[in-house]
Design a protein around this ligand. Structure first.
Ligand SMILES: O=P(O)(O)OC[C@H]1O[C@H](OP(=O)(O)OP(=O)(O)O)[C@H](O)[C@@H]1O
Ligand SMILES: O=c1cc[nH]c(=O)[nH]1
Ligand SMILES: [Mg+2]
Length: 211
């Protein structure tokens, strides 16, 4: 697995405000949106393109456009929805698929309650967005859904990741699929309840639950 940890002062600043317990939902949503746009710039560095020519008002120029089929963005509900608009700002032509998943707070087992993906994703470039990579159980289930549909290359964009989740994904897909994770931060560890330390708390609640 390829892990990229962002190293940019604007990302560090926005993430610091995002972590702050006193940041309210409205500001949290704005920051998540801004952060994913910044992370997506680097995460799309290897997006597939094709060469073309374009006629300017002056002359013909050679150019580059996104290849077909267009990329697929998959937010993992609920918290991943807070990263969708930020992704679409820089990938406005992407197709969007949805996965709804929730962790059991006691067992940390993941339940998939919604799935709306194209049936055949053979050869498609896929960007999964979810703010938190904790145990890695949710991202693994999402990757499994995608692999079943023919995907061989998945890029995940997360805001905060735990070493335990990174290790779990790296081990599970070694030699099976090309998985890349872009994260704004790699934190210290998980606590006894499966929360990332220092993390930012429950991303879904902070985006949509608590004002
Ligand atoms: O790596 P894991 O241990 O699987 O945990 C990470 C998952 O937990 C959060 O979702 P949650 O289950 O809280 O659902 P929500 O988005 O509806 O809040 C988060 O958005 C990830 O999807
Ligand atoms: O710290 C964590 C871990 C999982 N999900 C969250 O929202 N936060
Ligand atoms: Mg949650």
């Amino acid at each position: 697995m390829d892990l990229h940890i962002a190293d940019h002062p604007l990302i560090a600043h926005k993430l610091t405000v995002l972590r702050d317990r006193s940041t309210d939902s409205s500001r949290f949503r704005t920051l998540a949106d801004e952060l994913v746009t910044l992370l997506a710039y680097e995460a799309t560095r290897n997006i597939r393109t094709t060469s073309t020519t374009v006629t300017t008002p002056v002359a013909e120029a050679s150019g580059t456009v996104l290849a077909s089929p267009r990329p697929l963005v998959v937010p993992i509900l609920r918290a991943g929805l807070g990263m969708l608009e930020g992704m679409l700002k820089i990938l406005p032509t992407a197709e969007v698929g949805f996965l709804g998943m929730v962790r059991d707070e006691e067992t940390l087992e993941v339940d998939a309650y919604a799935e709306r993906l194209p049936a055949d994703l053979t050869g498609r470039q896929v960007f999964v967005v979810d703010p938190m990579l904790a145990t890695g159980g949710t991202l693994a289930m999402a990757i499994d859904f995608l692999l079943e549909r023919g995907v061989s290359e998945v890029t995940a964009i997360c805001l905060v990741s735990a070493p335990e989740g990174v290790e779990a994904i790296s081990t599970k897909y070694e030699g099976i699929a090309e998985v890349t994770v872009h994260t704004a931060a790699l934190d210290e560890r998980l606590d006894a309840n499966g929360y990332i330390v220092p993390g930012l708390g429950d991303a879904g609640d902070r985006l949509y639950g608590i004002v």
